[in-house]
Design a protein around this ligand. Structure first.
Ligand SMILES: N[C@@H](CCC(=O)N[C@@H](CS)C(=O)NCC(=O)O)C(=O)O
Length: 240
């Protein structure tokens, strides 16, 4: 058996941050294995987290192994892998801007998570409901429009249909994912936000139609959004 070129390590039952990497690998048609979803894979993932790979251990999933390189932090994984799979233009400026956009999306992801875990990840949602309500209200009313408005302006500034201009790149896949997640978690809030992000919505629709991405989204490999992930549908947090 030949070794797969990319091994993705992520929790097997949620989209989570791993989904940003999955989407890139799937869209590029890259040969990869979603290790923790394979028999014995969780054990391998936990061993690497404990330092069993030698060298620098990842702090948390997602992480990726390719050849001798073991690399973690979602935005960093994507910055490393995207040039290899043809999902980012050449050139320092384009790559720095792609990374800048991805880091900003990951900031938004942290805030989306904190809308249901404002006190901390060590407690259950049920143990921080009043605080979540307060946090989610501000998130939906102010932070989501600020982040999505920035993405909307970034598309306009690039002069094309995508975040970096005329050609799609990995950050467009991540923008699609974050929009899908927010629409799942906050259908009412996102209905209100929709009018001010026409370019972003069009971009997301275009991404969803890319043949390999469309095939992936329709496949059992795409885990459904659920209330263990980052984007959770708690109707009481979407009342605004
Ligand atoms: N900044 C990191 C965050 C990684 C992270 O928080 N991973 C979560 C799952 S999405 C995890 O398993 N965290 C375990 C922990 O923080 O102890 C990234 O973007 O990859």
């Amino acid at each position: 058996m030949t070794t797969p070129r990319y091994e993705l390590f992520y929790w097997p039952t949620i989209q989570g941050r791993g989904e940003f990497v999955r989407l890139a690998l799937e869209d590029a048609g890259a040969p990869y294995v979603d290790v923790a979803r394979e028999p014995g894979g969780m054990k391998r993932m936990m061993a690497l987290l404990k330092g069993g790979g030698g060298g620098l251990a990842p702090f948390a999933p997602p992480f990726l192994r390719t050849g001798k390189l073991l690399v973690a932090q979602t935005a960093n994984v994507l910055a490393v892998v995207a040039p290899r799979i043809g999902l980012v233009p050449r050139g320092d400026a384009a790559r720095a801007h792609a990374h800048q956009i991805q880091l900003t999306i990951m900031d938004l992801v942290v805030e989306a998570h904190d809308s249901h875990h404002p006190i901390g990840p060590q407690l259950y949602y049920e143990d921080q409901k009043p605080e979540s309500k307060k946090r989610a209200a501000g998130f939906v009313a102010e932070r989501v429009p600020k982040y999505l408005g920035w993405l909307e302006r970034a598309i306009a500034a690039g002069g094309g249909a995508y975040l970096l201009g005329r050609r799609a790149s990995y950050v467009d896949l991540s923008a699609f994912q974050v929009l899908a997640g927010l629409e799942y978690a906050f259908p009412r809030g996102m209905k209100r936000a929709a009018r001010s992000i026409p370019r972003l919505r069009e971009l997301a629709a275009r991404v969803a139609e890319r043949p390999r991405t469309a095939a992936y989204l329709a496949s059992p490999r795409r885990i459904a959004f659920n209330e263990d992930g980052i984007f959770r549908r708690y109707p009481e947090l979407d009342e605004g």
